[in-house]
Ligand binder design. Structure first.
Ligand SMILES: C[S@@+](CC[C@H](N)C(=O)[O-])C[C@H]1O[C@@H](n2cnc3c(N)ncnc32)[C@H](O)[C@@H]1O
Ligand code: SF4
Ligand code: SF4
Length: 343
């Protein structure tokens, strides 16, 4: 890893830790907002219901006033998602506006439209994080995000000093390819974040699926060896329990620590529940009032909300799991070093 990349990573970790601690004391502090600049997508993934083929981009002026509102609400990170965010013609201007308003920004993309020139322009505009979604080895009608299509783009982004990870969904079509997809990323030194496919936010269809559980455990084993799996241990633990049908008692913090802004400008806890109100009407009191149970926690599969919520909802359990597994990881890395010295 280059020294610039190490410095960028260290700076980001410090900022995340600071935002996390701030969130412990400020009951109306949104850490992560997912904002959708366009619902349209240029491809079709079989598991996705978050896109269409016809919607125009949200007008730039409307996006700018939503960003003003997020800044007023003292948001830490504004993440562009979709649909496919790169289809928005003013994405660079929007990102520049977010960073100019004192917030951090990034995007999750299918990567199909990413070129080196566009990456540089987005980074110039202040993009500090990029996540490329990659599910399969070869494209199939239900899983177009494949290594065959995205390998060069991933290799290209990996050269830049930007927070970067690959997102992989464990689903029926890709469950037997997870290991090879992960090996490609890990060998390149790119962090991989995995989630388990959900159906409109519910893990229901994935429960008791032994193959999914096996892959989750394999990925955890890789992380324990110190390989770059960015999914937190506490989220892996959640998936293990949920997939085994064990109850997890947690309180979703969506609407408070994280939330979703639709192309229509509505404020949702997450994409999978109806809007609470227009974003324009949200106040700090609204956010502070959203800390309680949502009623749909059981078998929730919305990974970005789970990873933001669990530390605030189950702080002691999360701290215990992270301490236990990080210790196991350090032990395993020391063992590997000793074995290497002996060989
Ligand atoms: C809705 S997409 C939008 C951004 C962009 N089009 C992309 O695919 O990265 C955001 C993320 O949600 C994931 N996703 C979509 N539907 C899902 C589902 N049913 N289960 C799990 N993850 C899903 C995608 O794989 C992607 O990583
Ligand atoms: S690329 Fe993203 S938005 Fe488009 S269909 Fe796939 S997951 Fe959905
Ligand atoms: S528990 Fe939270 S993230 Fe999950 S579906 Fe309900 S509101 Fe959405």
């Amino acid at each position: 890893m280059s020294s610039l990349k190490i410095a960028t990573t260290a700076g980001r970790k410090v900022r995340s830790a600071r935002a996390f601690v701030h969130g412990l004391f400020d009951t109306a502090h949104p850490l992560l907002v997912q904002i959708i600049p366009i619902r349209r997508c240029n491809i079709d993934c079989g598991y996705c219901n978050e896109y269409d083929k016809v919607s125009p981009p949200v007008p730039t002026e409307a996006m700018l006033s939503r960003i003003d509102k997020l800044a007023d609400l003292e948001t830490s990170v504004v993440a562009f998602s979709g649909g496919e965010p790169m289809l928005h013609p003013d994405l660079e201007r929007l990102m520049r506006y977010v960073t100019g308003s004192g917030m951090s920004t990034g995007m999750t993309t299918n990567g199909f439209l990413l070129t080196e020139d566009r990456l540089k322009r987005l980074m110039d505009a202040g993009m500090g994080r990029i996540q490329i979604s990659l599910d399969a080895l070869n494209p199939t009608p239900g899983t177009p995000k494949s290594l065959k299509t995205l390998r060069k783009k991933i290799e290209m982004v990996a050269k830049y000093p930007i927070w970067f990870r690959v997102n992989t969904v464990i689903c029926e079509q890709t469950v037997n390819e997870v290991e090879q997809v992960a090996e490609f990323c890990m060998n390149l030194g790119v962090a991989i974040n995995f989630s388990v496919v959900h159906n409109r936010g519910r893990l229901t269809k994935s429960l008791n699926n032994k193959a999914y559980l096996d892959r989750v455990r394999w990925l955890k084993g890789q992380k324990l060896q110190g390989r770059p799996i960015s999914t937190n241990y506490f989220l892996i633990d959640y998936y293990e329990k949920a997939l085994e049908g064990k109850p997890v008692d947690w309180t979703c913090q969506a609407g408070n620590k994280c939330y979703y802004v639709s192309p229509a400008g509505d404020f949702h806890y997450c994409y999978h529940v109806a809007p609470q109100m227009p974003l324009a009407e949200v106040t700090r009191e609204t956010l502070a009032g959203n800390r309680g149970r949502k009623g749909c926690e059981e078998n929730c599969g919305v990974d970005c909300v789970l990873s933001t919520s669990l530390p605030y909802s189950n702080l002691a359990a999360v701290a215990r799991i992270e301490a236990r597994d990080n210790l196991l990881q350090i032990r395993s890395q020391i063992k590997q070093k000793v074995a290497g010295l002996r060989a």
